[in-house]
Design a protein. Structure first.
Lengths: 543, 264
């Protein structure tokens, strides 16, 4: 299956490695998207079309004149330094053409840079020398892992040098007793998880792009994913890091200790900083034992109040075995049904659906707990109807009702997507308010004269993380104006986050002010200037 | 024909989506700690039985269903699949207690003889079986049972239609290059194939109800059968691992490689 997966699709838990180039249309959600263009429904047409340069899509972003232009001398230095032929893709002294293009654009075909040089160092020392040289020569750099990001953070904007971690792909150590894995930044997430599976452990992060994304990239973007509810954020599970600062300093914080209260916890600076202050070269991470028993149930519920009650009950009664609690509204499930033609697991329509997953060590014990919980929520009338997967096939099928939302949306047209974090009690209010606002403005309707098809909400209920999606028949400047910045202001009023798990990159760099106050942004800029005074690390993005 | 009394034998097998591993002694596949579920073909049989009842109730089928009996032979975890069958709509269940082992359980003939006993004791007039179990892949039980009972059989059904009150049944099954429609009179044996229907999910209310439905424990001896074995599994091995391919630089390289391998 080679579908386009936009935005949160990459957080799906699909086991299929995702192709780098999406074949179906993915639609730009950038605020700068030009007014009222309609889509072609045919998939191949769009795939062949050239991706717009980010520098054209963001005309207000100008190349920093302090950065040097790449010369053949620079390239010669890098070739001598890295030795191997495959370590350098040289578009400066040769025409690298198609070889360099995959590094210049993202898989959603939304962002495209002008880089002419890709470096693939194989060791931390090589990274150190590369960055040191770049810093001294004022050459801008974009650290890049599997290039599966959703906000354009891993692709260059202008001619920044791409430093790709794909050749740093060794698993360095694994300790069976403590469950600590130490690996190079360029190890693919799925490879790491397979390695751990053979040793009865699990990588504490799971997302749709697992077949391509690198763990270094996951850490530097602080990826969330489907199991965050259970295994927590990478800020907790990452025990240590090895990173290189722009001046070539190797920061060896590759601790394997769970406890270490000595000094500032500097590794945290690199987690989620999207390569703006240093390049992560190695990760040490705490891995839990692999669960032996996994169950999935799918519910229909009458109201968002009931969803909240179900969540509280699930937390209370399933506590340590609860591994996912996902929310899908009725409209999102109808869209999946319309696009896949699959029969819904539950008869009758409900305004809300939930998917609950449990993972534990003992199947009987888990089932006993789950059944008590199910009897309870059914008996109390919290859940109106539901099903329980009886085998692996049904397990996968139920998950597809959650994971298939993004893909279904992409089949039906374009989508304005917002990945937000809001306090749980008001989580769904944003969808209601947004729908009302767009309906009042006369944008929403059932036939083609209305630009908006549906306003849907779904997401990681357990993490207070909502994906607000406005499915549109065509991109329309007026619709966009009606949503932004209204949606950001709405979130700001509730002290929410405008980017819960997708990061800032280039897509959201202008909106950080809605979730961080001036002092915070100032402190962040100070940190950036302290470690990267020349600003060569992943410029034009983040803050 | 007054009403249908349907027997649906089901088998608990290693889940279809799980890759089986061979045990260390190479006598069978590893079953401990591996996820088991109902044999997918048996799910289709249960679903079809439940649909026959629904069609009888809404009068789209001329014959009503009086009772659906699910049955499974196996070890102490066998009731799991019987509860699933009852959650899908079976009315009651028999668990034939057979000790678990790596030897794959009783042979099809033993099972067929036991089923004959059940059919006779429970006055069954339609047996819906999966065409095969995905663990042993023998695909014999339905046919043997038909032979033992002297009943008509329709195998690999992709459509089942009860035509009249006298119990005339039309069964469509797929053959090479098309479909074949068979007609027979009840009582009969039908084995099910993948395109017959789409099995339903076990809903929570029905899972609860299934717990209260009767599940009786029986033995092979209750039906006058002994677990005799005619076959002995000597060894089970994995298929040879696929060897990795190699890369050639250009057409000349390809040609010389092919020559080297004796393909040209």
């Amino acid at each position: 299956m080679s579908g386009a997966r936009n935005l949160s699709a990459a957080l799906r838990r699909a086991r299929v490695p995702r192709p780098r180039i999406a074949l179906r249309p993915t639609c730009s959600q950038t605020p700068q998207a030009t007014a009222a263009r309609s889509f072609t429904v045919s998939s191949t047409v769009r795939a062949d079309r050239e991706i717009k340069f980010t520098s054209d899509a963001y005309p207000n972003v100008k190349r920093n004149p302090n950065f040097a232009e790449l010369t053949p001398e620079h390239v010669t230095y890098f070739k001598e330094l890295l030795g191997s032929q495959s370590a350098v893709i040289d578009g400066v002294s040769t025409d690298a053409g198609d070889d360099i293009e995959p590094f210049n654009s993202d898989w959603m075909r939304k962002y495209r840079g002008h880089t002419r040089l890709v470096l693939k160092p194989q060791s931390t020392e090589e990274v150190s020398k590369v960055l040191k040289y770049c810093n001294e020569n004022k050459l801008a750099v974009v650290p890049q892992g599997g290039n599966t990001g959703l906000v354009g953070g891993s692709v260059p904007v202008f001619d920044e040098i791409v430093v790709n971690t794909s050749r740093m792909n060794n698993i360095r150590a694994f300790d069976q007793a403590s469950g600590v894995l130490v690996a190079d930044a360029g190890v693919i997430l799925e490879v790491a998880d397979q390695y751990l599976a053979e040793r009865d452990h699990l990588f504490p992060l799971d997302l749709g792009a697992k077949g391509s994304c690198h763990i270094g990239g996951n850490v530097s973007t602080n990826a969330g994913g489907l199991r965050l509810l259970r295994y927590g954020s990478l800020h907790g599970s990452v025990l240590g890091l090895e990173a290189v600062l722009p001046d070539g300093t190797i920061v060896d914080a590759l601790s394997t200790l769970r406890k270490n209260n000595t000094g500032y916890d500097l590794k945290q600076l690199f987690i989620g900083s999207e390569g703006t202050i240093g390049l992560i070269t190695g990760v040490s991470i705490q891995c839990p034992p692999r669960p032996k028993a996994v169950n999935v149930a799918y519910f229909g519920l009458e109201s968002f109040e009931q969803v909240q009650r179900a969540y509280l009950e699930a937390k209370g009664q399933l506590s340590e075995i609860l591994s996912a609690f996902e929310l899908m509204d009725g409209r999102s499930q109808r869209l999946v049904q319309d696009s896949t033609g699959n029969k819904q697991p539950i008869e009758g329509e409900y305004p809300f659906y939930c998917l609950i997953e449990t993972s534990g060590s003992n199947a009987e014990h888990d089932m006993a707990k789950l059944e008590t919980f199910l009897e309870n929520v059914m008996g109390e009338g919290i859940v109106a109807d539901g099903v329980l997967a009886q085998d692996e096939t049904q397990f996968q099928a139920l998950w597809r009702w959650r994971e298939g939302i993004t893909e279904s949306l992409s089949h039906l047209g374009g989508t304005y997507k917002y990945d937000v974090s809001i306090p749980l009690s008001e989580l769904y209010q944003l969808v209601e308010d947004c729908k009302q606002r767009l309906t009042e403005k006369g944008f929403v309707g059932d036939d083609d004269s209305f630009p908006v098809r549906a306003v849907v909400g779904y997401g990681h209920m357990g993490d207070s993380n909502l994906h607000l999606n406005v499915a549109v028949r065509r991109y329309d400047k007026e619709v966009e104006k009606a949503i932004e910045p209204w949606v950001y202001e709405w979130i700001q009023k509730r002290q929410g986050s405008i980017s819960a798990e997708h990061g800032l990159g280039i897509a959201k760099r202008d909106y950080i002010g809605y979730s961080q106050n001036e002092t915070m942004v100032k402190l962040m800029k100070q940190l950036k200037n302290l470690y990267d005074p020349n600003g060569i690390m992943n410029p034009y993005k983040y803050i | 024909m007054s009403a249908l009394r349907i027997l649906v034998p089901v088998k608990r097998v290693i889940d279809y989506a799980i890759k089986p591993r061979i045990n260390k002694a190479q006598t069978g596949v590893e079953t401990t700690g591996v996820k088991h579920s109902m044999n997918p073909f048996d799910e289709l049989s249960v679903e079809e039985a439940v649909r026959l009842r629904q069609r009888g109730e809404d009068k789209s089928s001329p014959v009503k269903v009086e009772n659906i009996l699910a049955l499974s032979a196996g070890g102490p975890k066998t009731p799991d699949v019987l509860r699933t069958a009852m959650a899908m709509g079976a009315d009651r269940a028999f668990h034939i207690d057979v000790p678990e082992g790596a030897d794959g359980g009783p042979e099809p003939l033993t099972i067929a003889k036991m089923l004959r006993g059940v059919v006779e004791k429970e006055n069954i007039n339609l047996v819906l079986l999966g065409k095969q179990a995905i663990d042993g892949d023998q695909g014999q039980t339905g046919q043997m049972l038909a032979g033992l009972l002297g009943w008509p059989q329709a195998t690999q059904a992709s459509k089942v239609d009860i035509k009249d009150e006298a119990g005339t049944v039309e069964v469509t099954h797929e053959v090479d290059g098309g479909v074949e429609t068979l007609r027979a009179k009840l009582p009969m044996i039908i084995t099910t194939d993948l395109r017959l229907n789409e099995p339903r999910y076990a809903s929570l209310p029905n899972i609860m109800k299934a717990k209260k439905k009767p599940l009786e424990k029986k033995t092979l001896a209750d039906f006058g059968v002994e677990d005799t074995r005619r076959l002995k599994t000597l060894k089970v091995t994995e298929p040879p691992a696929r060897k990795g391919g190699g890369k050639v630089e250009d057409v000349d390289g390809l040609v010389s490689k092919l020559k080297e391998l004796g393909a040209l």
